[in-house]
Design a protein around this ligand. Structure first.
Ligand SMILES: Cc1ncc(COP(=O)(O)O)c(C=O)c1O
Length: 523
């Protein structure tokens, strides 16, 4: 777990002015803690006194000949502070805090720091020289140099997060706060300008003509089927090894989900088995890009085109990946994705997007998104309330700035896992098909001893998750379709053996080595 460490003014001044007695020890501690993944903050309420005392002390050091520089004290101090602020985050103080400070509190600056810090992801520490520091908040721990050094020794043995969203948040927290405040200011909570900005950036990224953001990945699929006029008794082909949304939306429209088994290496739709599932009632095909890589869209599209059946790509897990050089969501007539928080591009709530090159479908999707409305109070179509919130779009715009870089980091982490686990005999590591790149939404292995592996990971404080332990054709909700055990043997085997390991663009080499070491422990 990456600790959040808020430094008070005295610690920052010790570091900048190299103040005795423990100046060099502090500097070492600061850089080692940073290396171990700690995220450092300085609270906005500390800034005026920090700047004032720092500049005064720099001037004194120059006067006393302890500091040699040919620029003025003011410029030297400013440059030094700017460099320092490049290494830490600024912690803002929400407006309500001042009123939350108890009237009898002796140091209101301490209280402001403590209460502001309590909004950060846990664990949160305030590093100070002040023995009397009273942070008011009970969620934060006040630490001195000695405890900060202890933190360093603890960080190695700390648990690994399954998906660490906190680290990403700390990197972009300030711009995210800024964009949230911008929405609070303009007040266009529904279909504000951020929606259009996000859609045009996503369009440009995927190189698809239209992007229509929407309320979730599930609604993206539902709206796509509605735009294709899928009706009761139509058949829609998909896979049994996926999150339930993919098939649920078919059933919601009273159409019939028809399952096709998956490939044993990529866990995506097996194109070989697709053709025989097509009937005169087939109206759409929904391949899924599971765990971060696209299905074999080239072959699936070729078969679909022969039968004149539209393909809807469920790219909820593979947004950012490519197949034969083209981005996910740009593979067929309609591409759908999800911005669920743990997805490769996730917001802080529910969200999704639909992509199409087709002008007519795009127009229809925009109407479906607002209750089938074409112009105000005229509803030629049945639609849904399918809009993305402006606040989520504002958050996504900031997340999207670092998304391409995060995709590269994800690939690095995925490849590193595969190298580290290459000699572990009890598991099968993911296979990325030729022509594909993966964003590793999950790093999923197959293991016949799943329960035993889970327990071994757990005893080393390493979380893991087995997704889709029962394939959809064996789920209660789909029993009415009449499938039985053995109908989709590959999906059934993958369901029985799959296990996803901790994954995030920011997983460190040390963390991955720790995970890998669990696999080599078997006698
Ligand atoms: C393959 C797949 N399809 C669809 C969805 C639905 O997305 P959402 O949760 O945004 O509705 C998900 C999300 O978990 C998914 O993994």
């Amino acid at each position: 777990m990456n600790p959040s460490i808020v430094m008070d003014v005295s610690i920052v001044l010790d570091l900048l002015l190299k103040r005795p007695p423990a100046a060099s020890a502090k500097a070492t501690l600061f850089s080692q803690l940073k290396q171990s993944g700690a995220i450092f903050y300085v609270a906005t309420c500390s800034l005026p006194s920090l700047e004032y005392i720092h500049q005064r002390e720099v001037a004194r050091l120059i006067r006393e000949g302890c500091l040699k520089t040919d620029i003025s004290a003011r410029i030297f101090a400013k440059k030094q502070l700017d460099t320092f602020f490049g290494q830490v985050q600024i912690l803002s103080s929400p407006g309500y805090i001042w009123k939350d400070i108890p009237p009898d509190h002796t140091d209101r600056e301490d209280a402001m720091i403590g209460l502001s810090a309590s909004a950060l992801p846990e664990p949160v520490y305030i590093w100070t020289n002040d023995r009397e520091f009273d942070p008011v908040s009970k969620n934060v721990h006040v630490i001195n140099d000695i405890y900060a050094a202890n933190l360093l020794s603890k960080s190695d043995s700390d648990t690994i997060s399954f998906i660490d969203l906190n680290l990403q948040q700390s990197i972009i927290r300030n711009p995210i706060e800024k964009s949230i405040f911008t929405v609070l200011r303009h007040g266009q909570y529904i279909m504000g300008k951020e929606i259009g900005e996000l859609e045009s950036q996503l369009q440009e990224y995927t190189e698809v003509k239209h992007c229509i953001t929407c309320s979730s990945g599930t609604d993206a699929l539902l709206m796509a089927l509605m735009a294709l006029d899928i009706a009761p008794d139509d058949e829609v082909i998909t896979v049994p090894y996926t999150w339930i949304s993919t098939a649920e939306v078919i059933a919601l429209l009273h159409a019939k989900p028809v399952f096709v088994d998956i490939l044993p290496d990529t866990f995506n739709m097996d194109p070989e088995r697709l053709e025989s599932a097509i009937t005169p009632r087939t109206r759409a095909i929904i391949p899924v890009g599971i765990y971060g890589q696209c299905a074999d869209m080239t072959r699936i599209n070729a078969i679909a085109n022969r039968h004149n059946i539209p393909v809807i790509e469920d790219a909820a897990q593979c947004f950012g990946a490519t197949h034969n050089g083209k981005k996910a969501c740009n593979q067929s007539i309609i591409g759908c994705t999800s911005f669920f928080p743990t997805k490769p591009l996730g917001c802080y709530g529910d969200g999704g997007a639909i992509f199409t090159h087709d002008d007519t479908i795009a127009e229809k999707l925009r109407q479906i998104r607002i209750h089938g409305q074409k112009i105000k109070h005229q509803h030629p179509l049945i639609g849904i309330n399918g809009r993305l919130d402006t606040l989520q779009a504002a958050i996504l715009l900031e997340k999207f700035r670092i998304f391409p870089q995060e995709c590269e980091l994800r690939a690095t982490v995925g490849n590193r896992y595969s190298e580290l686990l290459s000699s572990a005999y009890e598991i099968r590591t993911p296979v990325i098909s030729e022509g594909n790149t993966s964003v590793y939404a999950q790093y999923t292995i197959l293991t016949p001893d799943r329960d035993e592996v889970i327990n071994r990971l757990k005893s080393n404080k390493i979380p893991s998750v087995a997704y889709y332990t029962a394939p959809l054709h064996l789920q209660g909700a789909f029993l009415y379709l009449g499938y039985k055990s053995g109908d989709f043997p590959v999906a059934e085997q993958v369901s029985a053996q799959c296990l996803s390991l901790p994954m995030s663009p920011y997983l460190t080499e040390a963390e991955q080595e720790k995970v890998a070491s669990v696999f080599s422990q078997k006698q």
